[in-house]
Write a protein that binds this ligand. Structure first.
Ligand code: MN
Length: 321
């Protein structure tokens, strides 16, 4: 197990900049993702990618519980640490990409706007430090403040979005995990001409829908290679943000989520598509809607952890290319 020697696994890692009085019940964490080093001061951290957890599920319309997603994913990543070089990659991630875990973004429970403000500020700080973000939800609402921070730096970004739902509904409250991409488009955060939604299998207004949709049945029929062709055509050389709602997967592969829908994409297909993003201009990723209370044997948390790790390998491969 020499691969993991020298890594720290602190009992608590969290921003020293925030007063203890603001700590939510589940803000502290017991371990880091993949046993990456914990970081509290971004400007003094040498890592290129910063992992953060966002234990927020107040915007959930169905079953709540994704506030436990970050700790579930970190816990499940224990299963992935032993493998020095992840199959089928021919190198060890640690040799080519520096990653650190910044702990969880905190906010005042019952006051969602504090999450919106703190999360955008946190992601902006990561941007200002010249790093990219890998963020674990929390419900899908967290992607909106993240995209605001990204758009501030890069302008409208291309979005590659995996989900059972388009999350483009125009109704709902200001804090709603089903309206975020409606607002992201309205606010000009996303370059829809170069964006796709993959794995969709719920109703949306097809007329004038701004995103290209590769629905779950289409992906099942045509497979990962053709799916990747369409992604590459649509995205081109634009800066790409990846948002992975774990309910894009079939509930057989991800039962632990708030709004499951049957007949989703398989884990095998999802891994091949994420792995195939190699060569694209990737700038960030989130994995959202993992709700461990509805999980079985950590299937969903392990799926989330594995997709995130695979994304990191793609970033490392891009660097090496
Ligand atoms: Mn969804």
């Amino acid at each position: 197990m020499s691969e993991v020697d020298g890594k720290s696994s602190p009992s608590v890692a969290n921003s020293a900049a925030v007063a203890d009085a603001d700590m939510p019940l589940y803000g502290a964490m017991g371990m880091t993702f993949m046993q990456f080093p914990a970081v509290t001061t971004l400007s003094q951290c040498g890592a290129e990618v910063i992992v953060s957890g966002v234990p927020f599920d107040m915007a959930t319309s169905g079953r709540s519980g994704s506030r436990f997603g970050p700790q579930g994913i970190r816990q499940a990543s224990v299963n992935l640490v032993w493998e020095g070089a992840r199959w089928p990659w021919a190198f060890a991630l640690d040799d080519h990409l520096a990653v650190a875990d910044a702990g969880n973004v905190i906010f005042k429970h019952g006051e969602p706007q504090t999450l919106v403000d703190n999360l955008e500020a946190h992601i902006s700080a990561i941007m200002q430090a010249g790093k990219s973000a890998l963020t674990f939800g929390g419900d899908h609402f967290i992607t909106l403040p993240i995209l605001r921070a990204y758009a501030k730096k890069y302008g409208p970004v291309a979005l590659v979005h995996f989900d059972a739902h388009t999350d483009t509904y125009s109704g709902g409250s200001k804090y709603d995990h089903g309206t975020i991409f409606h607002h992201a488009v309205q606010e000009g955060l996303v370059d829809t001409e170069h964006s796709l939604q993959i794995g969709i299998r719920t109703a949306y207004t097809v007329e004038n829908h701004p995103f290209e949709v590769l629905d779950a049945a289409w992906v099942g029929d045509y497979g990962p290679a053709t799916t990747l062709e369409r992604i590459r055509q649509r995205v081109g050389d634009k800066k790409v943000y990846v948002s992975f709602d774990i309910d894009g997967l079939d509930p057989a592969f991800a039962p632990g989520t708030g709004t499951p829908v049957v007949a989703g994409i398989s884990m095998d297909c999802a891994l091949k598509v994420i792995r195939g993003l190699q060569g694209l201009n990737l700038i960030g990723m989130d994995v959202v809607e993992v709700a461990p209370a509805y999980d079985q044997a950590e299937i969903t948390s392990l799926a989330g952890a594995t997709l995130a790790l695979e994304y990191l390998y793609v970033l490392a491969a891009n660097k090496m290319a």
